[in-house]
Design a protein around this ligand. Structure first.
Ligand code: GLN
Length: 489
């Protein structure tokens, strides 16, 4: 697409331009730095961007390509990281005051894999503090605005990663998804967002929120680009004990395979009360598309869906209360200067360093784990988690893939839900079950509301079946390419 500006091109198209030596990685980096300078004051997707490091990496990529030795299709392609994924010598704030001055001494495994592929590490993307939230309004740094409507949220917690890609600051980014934090902002910002099967992508170097749910995954403007990035970050890692030790297929190559007729399940529990009629209509249109392409639609039931939110807010808070105990002012966090003794140092550091939502979760999580309540809450929630997973396993006996809305509504207005935590929690009602069951799922751009807000459709796959899942999504994406409709910035 020669007339399309570089910032609006897909990673695949940019990779082809680099291969053909029509552009250099340095030219690309400079064009995207300029784009970022132009839109960032309005969008606020990035907590930081190290321009010197960007240009050094781009120059190194150009040297490799000049020697006809690119490391991978991503050599020279910018990839932005959520500010919770470690990159050596770069800040990692998790959008929290408690990590405001922290600089990571090491690379996360995904970061190392990106470096090994020659990708140019871009800015650090804003997020809800420690990935707790659905709008980035819980960030201690700033709120990221929706590039398609600056009066609305970008979603969360990976709102910065979604908005950076949507706004053309970078063609690709990484986020993390514990209960929907990749898919919901992807839906709000007209991008593709994939949460891989639990264990497919290493969590080493991802600051932990809820370890049994967290997964890192890609944002892109097309399914093909998401497949490219997943290919680079997936795979076994000895630094993460939950990393699965088995080979994964070549995801971009799989997209060219013939897609056999799929049985697509539509869970009736996901189309009830609270679903915006325009979102429902868009997802029904996606279903119709598949039907006209010769795939079969089946109504299915996931009967324990109604417990998913409660189970998630017991298990994720329990895990977060334990994971966040390490931010104590002794090791690598900022430290309260007002403390009088050791115990006071812990208390004041945490009281001053954590924001209100993080405190709410730590308190809730400590409560559900405390003696006397542990069995009534934590243990019971673990049992119901198994029922929720079994719902999906049973459904996948009859269908190959499940289609749902990603979020009950399009992007909401700034401030609309921030005073009411329960209303905010409800925006993840369709994404949370997938994390509890450990399944892969992605959100694809499925069109716009009458007022121009993006809508996302979610496709859920069997464990480790990312390849057919991406193939199914790719069929829709190729025919529509909604993700290539840019915002009017
Ligand atoms: N919005 C959900 C929460 O606040 C999910 C967050 C996430 O996936 N990191 O916990």
């Amino acid at each position: 697409m020669p007339d399309t500006p570089l910032h609006a091109q897909t990673a695949a198209a940019l990779s082809a331009l680099l291969d053909a030596k029509k552009i250099s990685a340095t030219e690309l980096a400079r064009a995207l730095l300029e784009r970022t300078r132009a839109v960032e004051p309005r969008v606020r997707a990035l907590n930081s961007l190290d321009e010197t490091a960007v240009l050094q990496q781009a120059a190194a990529s150009d040297a490799r390509r000049a020697a006809n030795a690119p490391l991978s299709p991503l050599d020279g392609i910018p990839v932005a990281l959520k500010d919770i994924i470690a990159a050596r010598d770069q800040p990692l704030t998790a959008s929290s005051k408690i990590l405001a001055n922290y600089v990571s001494p090491y690379d996360a495994t995904v970061t190392r894999k990106l470096r090994d592929a020659g990708a140019v590490l871009w800015g650090r993307c804003n997020m809800d503090e420690f990935a707790m939230g659905s709008s980035t309004e819980n960030s201690a740094t700033q709120t990221t605005l929706n590039p398609y409507d600056l009066a609305r949220v970008s979603g969360g917690s990976s709102g910065g990663s979604a908005a950076a890609v949507a706004a053309g600051e970078a063609p690709l980014s990484l986020g993390s998804d514990t209960g929907g934090s990749i898919r919901q902002p992807a839906a709000f910002c007209n991008t593709v967002g994939l949460k891989p099967t639990y264990g497919l992508v290493s969590r080493h170097g991802l600051a932990a929120f809820a370890s049994s749910l967290d997964q890192i995954g890609p944002f892109a403007r097309t399914v093909a680009d998401a497949a490219l990035l997943l290919n680079t970050i997936a795979g076994h890692d000895g630094h993460d004990s939950t990393s699965l030790n088995r080979p994964h297929p070549d995801y971009p190559a799989a997209l060219n395979d013939n897609l056999p007729p799929q049985k697509i399940g539509i869970p009736k529990e996901y189309f009830g009360e609270g679903l915006d009629p325009e979102v429902a209509a868009a997802v029904e249109a996606v279903a119709k598309f598949y039907e006209t392409r010769g795939h079969a639609l089946r109504e299915i039931s996931l009967p324990h869906t109604k417990f998913a939110l409660s189970v998630y807010y017991i298990l994720s808070t329990a895990e977060c209360s334990s994971n966040l105990a390490r931010y104590d002012g002794i090791r690598y966090t900022s430290r309260s200067p007002r403390a009088t003794d050791a115990v006071d140092l812990y208390a004041k550091t945490r009281a001053e360093g954590f924001g209100p939502e993080v405190k709410r979760r730590v308190i809730l999580g400590t409560y559900v784990l405390s003696s006397g309540f542990h069995d009534a809450y934590y243990l019971r929630a673990q049992k119901v988690r198994t029922l929720i997973r079994n719902d999906f396993i049973n459904a996948f006996k009859d269908v190959d893939v499940i289609l749902t809305p990603t979020s009950p509504t399009p992007a909401f207005k700034l401030g609309e839900k921030s005073a009411n935590p329960l209303a905010m929690y409800l925006s993840d009602i369709y994404t949370i079950g997938v994390n509890l069951a450990g399944l892969p799922a992605l959100s694809i751009p499925a069109g716009f509301t009458k007022s121009g807000l993006p809508i996302g459709a979610q496709l859920i796959g069997r464990p480790l079946q990312e390849a057919p899942l991406l193939q199914t999504a790719h069929a829709y994406d190729l025919a529509h390419h909604h993700g290539l409709t840019p915002p009017n910035l």
